[in-house]
Design a protein around this ligand. Structure first.
Ligand code: PLP
Length: 401
């Protein structure tokens, strides 16, 4: 079937998508009547699960109240969403800049860093994804960047180790780097959990060179790792935090930059050259306000932390029984990466096996990983069922290899 729209991230010939019609909790439904167990939270945004009635009611209420606003408008959902976000941020964070999604959050964070420091250069890692707009894509280190190069001037990519960042900050020259961008736990590139001293070392290097440290929490934010933000595990504070995806549970598009007062204060007398027509859309703000209230009321960050050991145990079982096809498992909260060594036919069989079992997760032959990121509302039995299905599909993939 051909569609009157373009699919993302793929050649269009033969491209298909699931006809999603709705869902409930960790399950989504498709037009053929099938129920899929969502072990990937769609594109990592569905942390509140599908068909969340509180989210739906909040959006309806906001639509009835106020659904159209200019970027300069003031209204309760905007103020309250910003206050809710700041209540989750470390002490000293005082302002929020709203965007439409994660890429734009990073885009605006890099502009703020450049305006604040008066410097141009930005440092990011090869094993990273920061978004698909040109600035965020230039920051991105993975395979999605080269096809669109050359990107924005001034980005220096580094390898993963903390010493790489220390050296590059030194080598790039005095007073030249505006900011270092880090995913707290690189997500789509494999759930790469940093060493305990990684963040403190990068923080110290940034301080030594006057560079800002920006935590990209677009994928890891709002409890995915068992804490509100991923960097909270690693004992160092960023200067800005970018969020999107789970900030609304995916129920409306919204991103945001959370900004330390030290930086926000600069814009008291200096123009903030940044703004979007859809900045702080009332539906996005109402969705964020309600989502954060649900995370609190249902203690979902704790839930992700509590389920970590069950996820870890089941995946270690997969590792042990996979005949060497699974080579490593990394788990933090309800986020897990499994490295897989499969033949091309094996990868196809794995995808087919998961589809046959109606289990959705992020399987990437290019990166040789399977990534689990179920909604934080997932039941332990559902988690087990998803991993069992993965284990069976993997066994078939190995047999076919
Ligand atoms: N940053 C990270 C870490 C992400 O994983 C993503 C999306 O996958 C983005 C930024 C971009 O977010 P968006 O797709 O909302 O622009």
């Amino acid at each position: 079937m051909s569609h009157p729209f373009l699919f993302t991230w793929q050649a269009q010939k033969g491209a298909t998508g699931l006809e999603v019609t709705g869902g409930s909790g960790a399950w989504f439904e498709t037009s053929d009547g099938a129920r899929w167990l969502d072990m990937g939270s769609l594109s990592y945004q569905a942390s509140l699960g599908h068909g969340n009635q509180r989210m739906i009611a909040a959006l309806k209420a906001q639509a009835g109240d106020l659904a159209l606003a200019a970027p300069w408008a003031v209204f309760p959902a905007k103020t309250e969403a910003a206050e809710a976000l700041l209540s989750l941020a470390p002490p000293g964070f005082s302002r929020v800049f709203f965007t439409l999604g994660g890429a734009e959050a990073n885009e605006n964070a890099l502009k703020i860093a450049r305006m604040f420091t008066g410097r141009q250069k930005l440092v990011s890692r090869y094993r990273s994804y920061h978004g698909a707009t040109m600035g965020a894509l230039t920051l991105t280190g993975d395979y999605r960047r080269p096809p669109l190069e050359p990107g924005m001037f001034g980005v220096v990519h580094v390898l993963d180790g903390a010493e790489a960042i220390e050296q590059v900050l030194e080598l790039e020259g005095e007073a030249s780097v505006a900011a270092v961008f880090l995913e707290s736990v690189p997500g789509a590139n494999g759930v790469l959990i940093p060493e305990p001293d990684y963040w403190p070392r990068v923080r110290a290097a940034c301080d030594a060179h006057g560079a800002l440290l920006i935590a990209d929490e677009v994928l890891t934010g709002f409890g995915r790792t068992g804490r509100c933000f991923g960097f909270e595990h690693f004992g160092a504070m960023p200067d800005m935090i970018t969020v999107a995806k789970a900030v609304t549970g995916g129920y409306a598009p919204l991103g945001a930059v959370l900004i330390h007062d030290r930086i926000a204060a600069h814009f008291a007398d200096n123009v903030l050259y940044a703004g979007l027509t859809g900045y702080a859309h009332p539906l996005g703000c109402a969705a964020a306000r309600e989502a954060i209230a649900i995370y609190r009321d249902e203690r979902l960050f704790d839930r992700a932390r509590d389920l970590e050991s069950a996820l870890c145990k089941s995946l270690e079982g997969v590792l042990a029984s996979s005949d060497g096809a699974a080579t490593d498992v990394r788990v933090i909260g309800l986020l897990a990466g499994v490295d897989l060594e499969l033949s091309p036919a094996g990868w196809d069989r794995l995808a087919t096996g998961l589809t046959a079992r109606r289990v959705f997760l992020h399987v990437s032959p290019r990166r040789k990983t399977a990534i689990f990121a179920p909604p934080l509302v997932v039941a332990e039995a559902e988690l087990d069922a998803g991993i069992s299905a993965f284990s069976e599909a993997l066994a078939e993939a190995i047999r076919s290899a």
